[in-house]
Design a binder for this molecule. Structure first.
Ligand code: FE
Length: 348
């Protein structure tokens, strides 16, 4: 899903060259195009259109450096005050928290962001621009939906040998763990994780799509996945994906308690941003109707801006659900505790 390392290096060199040029003052002011230097750990090709539209609307050129989250964070730490980066955009509250806890972001005051993004989906230093839900996917031949209505159900003895999961260290699962801790407490979350591990059909491996495919193939009965991976397979014209989708069903977990865990894609303005005004413009652009539509249609995520109905038939077909409204900043901070809980429970 991530671009190969060679591509990263090439992108890095390109950005470096541009930065050197800008700092060196080799060009007269009039010839300089306004720029935004974007570090992106979003791994979705459809984002190209999202960024191209920003340049078209504002005239601000985007120099984008794609990389894995930990590589970008390490780079930002090394660059320090000399960093050319204005914005870090990534997925998952756990990852945004890593950057935030290292002090990489700076607070942004924007009336527009405050008005458009619901309070529980922003923090003083970063904001969410799209949401994805973490849902239960089951094999229709092996499991009845009534058996798997909650995250807790997957840890019950009835699911022995039925559960496939990706790594407990992955941010998507850490954020889910953080939500369970926030609602149920650390002790109950640890008991849940132990029950889940005891029910594994096999050791954790692969990504969310691999879990869905394993469930479809009958290797296991049930898993947890982000909604956009399901939506992607639902929209796929490949016969294998269509067959897989016919074999599985989806459940919105925890509808009669605290709601389905929802994670985000988000961004923040970096502390040493050389183009801060452009960075704020970019954040505000991400909350615009146009950008919100790109999130909905490009990567099958839900817009965060109220009243922005996703004009996406696949998302619409999934129906409505009750989403957890835990403040995203609190969720993010608790992911650190979730990792310790999962380690103790043996969820590798
Ligand atoms: Fe993903």
């Amino acid at each position: 899903m991530h671009a190969p390392a060679t591509t990263h290096r090439r992108a890095a060199l390109a950005l470096f060259a541009l930065t050197t040029l800008a700092c060196g003052g080799a060009l007269p002011a009039a010839a300089q195009t306004p720029v935004l230097n974007l570090y992106s750990a979003r791994h979705y090709q459809t984002d190209e259109a999202l960024y191209a539209n920003f340049t078209k609307t504002t005239g601000i050129k985007i120099n984008r450096l794609d990389g894995k989250e930990d590589e970008l964070v390490e780079r930002l730490r090394n660059e320090g005050t000399a960093s050319p980066a204005d914005i870090l955009i990534t997925v998952d509250a756990a990852r945004l928290e890593v950057a935030d806890s290292l002090g990489l972001f700076q607070p942004v005051q924007s009336k527009l962001l405050d008005e458009r993004i619901p309070a529980h989906l922003r923090t003083p230093t970063w904001a969410a621009f799209s949401t994805r839900a973490r849902v239960i996917v089951y094999n229709k031949a092996a499991i009845k939906p009534a058996q798997v209505q909650t995250y807790a159900d997957l840890a019950a003895p009835a699911m022995k040998g039925q559960v496939c999961m990706r790594s407990g260290s992955h941010p998507y699962n850490l954020s889910l763990g953080a939500a369970i801790i926030a609602h149920e407490g650390e002790a109950r979350t640890e008991a849940w994780a132990r029950g889940l591990v005891a029910n594994f059909a096999r050791g954790p491996k692969g990504g969310d799509t691999d879990q869905i495919k394993a469930v479809a193939a009958g290797e296991c009965g049930v898993t947890i996945s982000n909604t956009y991976y399901l939506a992607r397979m639902m929209r796929s014209t490949k016969p294998a994906d269509q067959a897989a989708m016919n074999a599985v069903g989806m459940v919105w977990p925890n509808q009669i308690s605290w709601g389905t865990h929802v994670n985000v894609s988000g961004a923040g303005v970096l502390k040493h941003a050389p183009n801060k005004a452009n960075a704020v413009k970019f954040m505000e652009y991400l909350a615009s109707d146009e950008a919100q539509a790109y999130f909905a249609n490009g990567n099958n995520e839900w817009p965060v801006v109220k009243g922005n109905v996703a004009a996406n038939p696949t998302l619409a077909a999934m129906g409505n659900f009750k989403a957890d409204t835990l403040p995203i900043g609190e969720l993010a901070r608790t992911t650190v505790v979730a990792q310790k809980v999962f380690d103790r429970a043996g969820w590798k």
